[in-house]
Design a protein around this ligand. Structure first.
Ligand SMILES: [Zn+2]
Length: 212
């Protein structure tokens, strides 16, 4: 259920998200309580975590973490990639609200990562320049895995490559957030901001937090 508890550290915020996902997996969520806090949120917000997630319709962030109105500051973009506007949004939330946890949330069967893998397997694959700009941001994390998979001249198992690439892409976004912004790097180094990666499983509903 939504809670008024506000964590004092990033680690405490992480525990709240883990507990919320466990409620979601066990079908113990309580969406009818979400709207009760609307009046108190008119003046201010105090989100307990910042989430950089994928736009995929099957991964609605508040629902999978069983959080309510005002609890999460969410940025969603296909492939949970990091570009200047994503970094700026996170800088804003971390500085304006003092939110101490950032989660990069990838997910199984991600279409954006799959599109990127397809461009490596079939270089003649064409996307619009706008979609290509997303694919290009995913490419570095997929490229090495693809090189490794093709090193022996064997056929690539596309599903396995997508699966591994999803986690590599999350880790790359985490790294870019930790080191792609002076403001975020300072907060991280002083222990005021925790940036972690996670993967949502479409089949089980579970969020698995990745070792950094
Ligand atoms: Zn996705």
């Amino acid at each position: 259920m939504p809670t008024d508890i506000r964590p004092t550290t990033g680690q405490e915020a992480l525990e709240l998200l883990k507990a919320g996902n466990a409620r979601y997996v066990d079908s113990l969520t309580s969406t009818d309580e979400y709207m009760q806090r609307r009046p108190e949120l008119v003046k201010d917000q105090n989100p307990l975590a910042i989430i950089l997630g994928c736009s995929d319709a099957r991964v609605p962030v508040e629902i999978v973490f069983d959080q309510g109105l005002g609890d999460l500051f969410v940025i969603r973009v296909a492939g949970n990639v990091v570009a200047p506007s994503q970094i700026g949004s996170i800088e804003f939330a971390a500085e304006a609200f003092g939110t101490q946890l950032v989660v990069v949330l990838g997910h199984s069967k991600c279409g954006a990562v799959t599109a990127c893998v397809e461009t490596l397997i079939n270089p003649e694959q064409n996307y619009s320049p706008n979609l290509q700009s997303i694919v290009d941001r995913i490419r570095p994390s997929v490229y090495n895995l693809h090189e490794l998979a093709t090193a022996n001249g064997q056929d690539v198992d596309a599903d396995e490559l997508v699966d591994r690439s999803i986690r590599a892409n999350v880790r790359m976004s985490v790294c870019q957030l930790k080191h792609g912004s002076r403001a975020l790097e300072d907060l991280t180094n002083s222990g005021q901001l925790l940036v972690v990666g996670a993967e949502y499983d479409l089949e089980t509903g579970k969020v698995r937090f990745l070792d950094s």
